[in-house]
Design a protein around this ligand. Structure first.
Ligand SMILES: CC(C)(COP(=O)(O)OP(=O)(O)OC[C@H]1O[C@@H](n2cnc3c(N)ncnc32)[C@H](O)[C@@H]1OP(=O)(O)O)[C@@H](O)C(=O)NCCC(=O)NCCS
Length: 163
């Protein structure tokens, strides 16, 4: 598995992830293609500026994009998020991608505490946080894509937590 920066050619992968009702069931629902294209343009700009990390997950055995893992400033904190396409799920890719990005963040040193807010019902994402070394702060309501979700709040301290 490797992580690489988002590229303009990743529109199809973005549409497959963000336009899919199952993938987006706990992330505010599927988005229309035009909105996804606008988000890709904005995301490419943040990558160019190096103000956020938007990495595509590429499995070792094929060149196709399997998902994304992102680290970005949001509301005064650093937040991490991830997604893996259905046909690549259950192979440990999300778990490995998150750990790799946390290692990069530790080496980089700029991010401070890293927060994650998976929905309380997202068993795989909560398992990723637990096994990657995040600490559970508690449960809280989080506004996302115009909706309120019951989320688990996890925090990872790159300066002290090793995995
Ligand atoms: C959540 C998601 C990223 C998981 O991707 P994945 O590549 O299948 O995950 P992995 O194979 O790396 O498994 C991750 C962990 O979840 C566990 N797991 C997987 N499915 C599970 C399930 N149904 N119930 C409980 N644990 C589960 C695995 O054992 C693994 O645990 P470990 O880290 O302790 O080894 C993927 O399902 C997805 O993109 N879903 C839709 C979008 C989404 O929910 N994004 C996250 C928002 S916070």
């Amino acid at each position: 598995m490797l992580l690489r920066d988002l590229e303009p050619a990743d529109l199809d992968a973005y549409v497959r992830m963000r336009g899919d009702p199952v993938m987006m069931s706990e992330l505010g629902g599927p988005q229309p293609r035009e909105r996804i294209a606008g988000e890709l343009t904005r995301d490419l700009e943040t990558v160019r500026e190096d103000s956020a990390w938007i990495k595509m997950i590429v499995p070792g055995d094929c060149p196709q994009v399997a998902g994304t893992v992102t680290l970005y400033p949001h509301g005064g904190i650093s937040e991490i998020g991830w997604m893996v396409l259905p046909e690549f799920q259950g192979r440990g890719l999300a778990s490995r991608a998150v750990r790799t990005l946390l290692d990069l963040a530790r080496a980089d040193g700029r991010w401070g505490l890293i927060h994650a807010f998976p929905s309380t019902t997202n068993a795989a994402s909560n398992a990723i946080c637990r096994s990657a070394g995040f600490s559970l702060v508690g449960q809280e309501e989080t506004a996302f894509a115009g909706r309120i979700f019951q989320t688990s709040h996890w925090v990872f301290d790159p300066s002290t937590q090793s995995r």
